[in-house]
Design a protein around this ligand. Structure first.
Ligand code: FAD
Length: 378
């Protein structure tokens, strides 16, 4: 990909820089989950009103039809100004692209704009107590009853479910069919008595994810995404977007954090320690490689309309590098990073989940071996 800016691209960057200078919300507050969520939601609303919530989305749904290069500029500027995350990350990166790929015209018209404006928040109801890496083993069952489906089962690790209006739900619709073929994908309304959300408190002290107890919840047939039995393929679209999209997004956060660590190391003189300097150098190189691989993933999306299995590489590299970075941060920053309720200790603890969420490193390595490198299946 050619990284030289044309006059139009330079104009796009200048417009964005000006907008960010005028609208940047400042640092994220520390404190309870609800106020952080509200802060992120307000930030996403402001991005949406400015036309910046998802530049690569079609204009008719509130995006800008951005080119690959404009998308790259957008993410660079977001990183450079240390802008916070928007509230509806799973909607923007997972639900939106999956609906764009598989949805009917009516579904696209109904769901895409409220995702962008953060009016309707989304969560991902894939994992179950006995179906994590092996997603095709889900036991949650949906049974047809006239024009609707009745769903019963349990999901777990459902991030953001407590704020969500909609859930991307994978459920078994045919118990006779083979494991992968008996699944369907639904857009489930969370606001109904059959859906109970129970928070799970993490090592960070926040309850980012939840258990979902689903007891005779109902879903109109028109809320099925793809056809009956297409659930596995639709879920793969979501997962490929999760690995490339989330990896892409999070490598920007990693760059922000690395810059902060370097600033601290310069301030407190630890940069002069050759061991620290060498580790910073290694993480710097890995961060840059992650960025470039993530950009290559954007080219794949432009060429084929959706991300490929290479996105697994971005996610793997990001998760391991981020864990190396927070360890280093703890040594550079010192006791503050080990004290409860500091931003640094939060980063240190939260990073433990990076090599699990969105696919564990072992699973990603299998995908890269089989689907990217073409090695034989074991
Ligand atoms: C912070 C966080 C947020 C999450 N948010 C969500 C969410 O919003 N929605 C959602 O649905 N899920 C979510 N998850 C769940 C996540 O997707 C699962 O944790 C993940 O898929 C692994 O599943 P599991 O935990 O059941 O582990 P298991 O699948 O039981 O795996 C246990 C161990 O066995 C290894 N293993 C399993 N199978 C193989 C294999 N074939 N080859 C080699 N090794 C293997 C794994 O790598 C792992 O080390 C979240 C997880 C975290 C940590």
């Amino acid at each position: 990909m050619d990284l030289t800016f044309s006059p139009e691209e330079a104009e796009f960057r200048d417009e964005l820089r000006q907008w960010l200078a005028d609208n940047h919300p400042g640092d994220e507050p520390r404190g309870d989950d609800d106020s952080i969520f509200e802060f992120r939601r307000n930030w996403q609303r402001s991005l949406y009103e400015g036309g910046w919530a998802a530049v690569q989305w079609p204009q008719e749904y509130g995006g800008r039809d951005a080119t690959l290069m404009q998308s790259a500029i957008f993410f660079e500027e977001i990183g450079r100004t240390r802008a916070p995350l928007p509230a509806n990350v799973l909607g923007l990166l997972l639900a939106g692209p999956t609906i764009m790929t598989w949805g009917t015209t009516e579904q696209k018209e109904r769901y895409l704009t409220p995702i962008l404006s953060a009016e309707e928040i989304w969560c991902q109801g894939f994992s179950e107590p006995e179906a994590g890496s092996d997603l095709a083993a889900v036991k949650t069952v949906a049974e047809r009853d006239g024009d609707q489906w009745v769903v019963t089962g349990q999901k777990v690790w459902t991030s953001g479910a407590q704020y969500s209006k909609w859930c991307m739900l994978v459920a078994r619709t045919d118990r006779e069919a083979s494991k992968h073929k008996g699944l369907s994908y639904f857009l489930m309304d969370m606001e109904q008595p059959g859906v109970q959300v129970r928070p799970l408190v993490q090592i960070t002290g926040e309850a980012e994810f939840n258990e979902l107890f689903i007891e005779q919840a109902t879903i109109p047939h028109e809320n099925m995404l793809g056809g009956e039995g297409d659930g596995w393929n639709v879920a793969l679209t979501t997962l490929m977007n999760e690995r490339s999209g989330l990896g892409f997004f999070l490598q920007i956060r990693m760059r922000q954090l690395l810059d902060q660590v370097v600033e601290r190391a310069v301030e407190n003189g630890k940069i002069d320690d050759p061991v620290i300097a060498e580790r910073i150098g290694e993480i710097e190189a890995r961060t840059e490689i992650t960025r470039l691989i993530a950009y290559r993933g954007l080219s794949t999306i432009e060429k084929y309309g959706q991300p490929g299995p290479e996105g697994s590489l971005t996610k793997w590299l990001w998760s391991e590098t981020n864990q190396m970075l927070v360890q280093l941060a703890a040594e550079v920053v010192g006791p503050e990073a080990l004290s409860a309720d500091t931003a640094w200790s939060y980063e240190l603890l939260r990073a433990r989940g990076n090599t699990l969420e969105g696919g564990t490193t072992e699973i990603l390595k299998n995908i890269i071996a089989e689907r990217v490198l073409g090695l034989p299946r074991k």
